[in-house]
Design a protein around this ligand. Structure first.
Ligand SMILES: Nc1ncnc2c1ncn2[C@@H]1O[C@H](COP(=O)(O)OP(=O)(O)OP(=O)(O)O)[C@@H](O)[C@H]1O
Length: 412
């Protein structure tokens, strides 16, 4: 088996070899030669570190097997030879080799096949995670997007910082906004950006706090734990608690209602509590290693229990909202491959006056025929926006009419 150090160097060099090969690609293409991205025996890869030039070469020692064999098996020991000026020896053996190992291990993590876990009761099962969403394709205000990317990258590089201040290497995100504004898409983009695994935790499948604790302890480092629609997942919101208290009062008055309620909720009743979840986020988690993000999503942020969303627990609150012009332009670029059009001005004005989600805009821009042209899709979007605007106007007129004092009120 190859040692960890060997495979880290191998990863590092294959990335170097591939950049050098890419640089050569033009010449190679001209000569109609095939492109070699990995290192062959005795092939050299040049590297430069802090202005110092070095050369790596790979090779192998072939040793005749001591045992008697009919098929002349040989043992081979592969190695890498590093050549540099002896003046730099200390720096190369220290700083440079550490840098190679770190980069090599990072490449390994980035290239590994990532997993999407879902819980079936108290067990995780997984499939390969292959969602194509990235921050480049996520439509939202560019400045806000930059801030989020920066926040995520800073987090992923802050292991030493968290250790230094004695805090668990974890960060909580709350994504909120109407359905179809890209909450799930953003989570996939986060996982793709950082190369993390995803744990999609379905709280309604979790029996009680003990089961919750077991599931969360089993999650690995470099992962995102997602609890979608936290307001609907459990009895976690203030409103739901009040509703339940009211229902309990009614049931006390009429025991028949209680029986009916028990039958209805049988099978989907989970005893996970808000305090169980909070205890884990605050306490237990800190004890089980690091580099985890926990992401809650909700369509109704105002309904959440303040204890759940207070800063420190959910470090960053991100609102995903209706489609603005910048987000529309990105969708048009992705879906229609256009960056400008004479209908953009009309769309820009209509977007200011309407509430339409990026999912709805995307639906209009999605090519429906192989010959469909951009103008057709933009016109369909304009039609939808005009309809939306009309409906919104009617609604506000109705609200205004209802709030007007009726004439009778003033008659004597
Ligand atoms: N901001 C966005 N950028 C790009 N595509 C988007 C965006 N928002 C929505 N979409 C598109 O709409 C579809 C639905 O979006 P998504 O599931 O991410 O929304 P959501 O906010 O998570 O909705 P829900 O609250 O119903 O779960 C996605 O598959 C994606 O193609």
């Amino acid at each position: 088996m190859r040692s960890e150090a060997y495979s880290a160097i191998e990863n590092y060099l294959s990335s170097k070899a591939s950049t050098q090969a890419k640089r050569l690609k033009g010449d190679i293409a001209k000569n109609n030669q095939s492109l070699v991205l990995s290192m062959d025996d005795h092939e050299e890869v040049a590297d430069e570190f802090n202005g110092i030039k070095l050369w790596w070469a790979s090779g192998k020692h072939v040793m005749k097997s001591q045992s008697i064999s009919f098929n002349h098996m040989t043992d081979e020991k592969r190695y890498y030879k590093l050549t540099f000026h002896k003046y730099h020896r200390d720096m190369i053996l220290g700083t440079y080799l550490n840098h190679v190992m770190k980069e090599g291990n990072d490449i390994k993590i980035k290239n590994r096949q990532r997993k999407l876990y879902t819980n079936n009761g108290s067990y995780w099962s997984h499939v390969v995670f292959q969602h194509p969403a990235t921050f480049q394709t996520l439509a939202m205000e560019p400045k806000e997007k930059e801030l989020i990317i920066d926040d995520l990258i800073t987090f992923s590089k802050s292991g030493d910082f968290y250790a230094g201040i004695g805090r668990a290497w974890k960060r909580g995100y709350l994504l909120y906004g109407p359905p179809g504004t890209g909450k799930s898409t953003m989570i996939a983009a986060m996982a793709n950006l950082l190369g993390y695994d995803l744990y999609d935790l379905e709280l309604t499948n979790v029996k009680d706090n003990t089961e919750l604790r077991k599931l969360l302890i089993e999650t690995s480092s470099k992962s995102i734990i997602v609890i979608e629609d936290i307001d609907c997942s459990l009895d976690l919101t203030g409103q739901r608690r009040k509703k339940r208290e009211k229902k309990e009062e009614e049931e006390e008055k009429d025991p028949r209602q209680k029986q009916q309620g028990m039958e209805e909720s049988e099978g989907k009743n989970s005893k996970v509590t808000l305090s169980g979840l909070l205890n884990f986020i605050d306490g237990l988690w800190s004890a089980c290693g690091g580099e985890r993000l926990i992401v809650f999503t909700t369509n109704y942020v105002e309904k959440l229990d303040p204890a759940l969303v207070r800063k420190g627990r959910m470090d960053k609150h991100i609102e995903l909202s209706y489609c603005g012009f910048e987000a529309f332009k990105l969708l048009a670029k992705n879906y229609l491959k256009i960056e400008s059009h004479h209908l953009f001005g009309t769309i820009c004005e209509l977007l200011k006056e309407t509430k339409i989600t990026p999912a709805e805009v995307a639906e209009h821009l999605m090519p429906k025929t192989s010959s469909g042209d951009a103008e057709l899709y933009l016109k369909s979007l304009i039609q939808a926006l005009e309809l939306e605007k009309e409906e919104a106007n009617l609604k506000s007129e109705e609200v205004a009419r209802k709030s007007e004092p009726s004439l009778n009120q003033y008659s004597h």
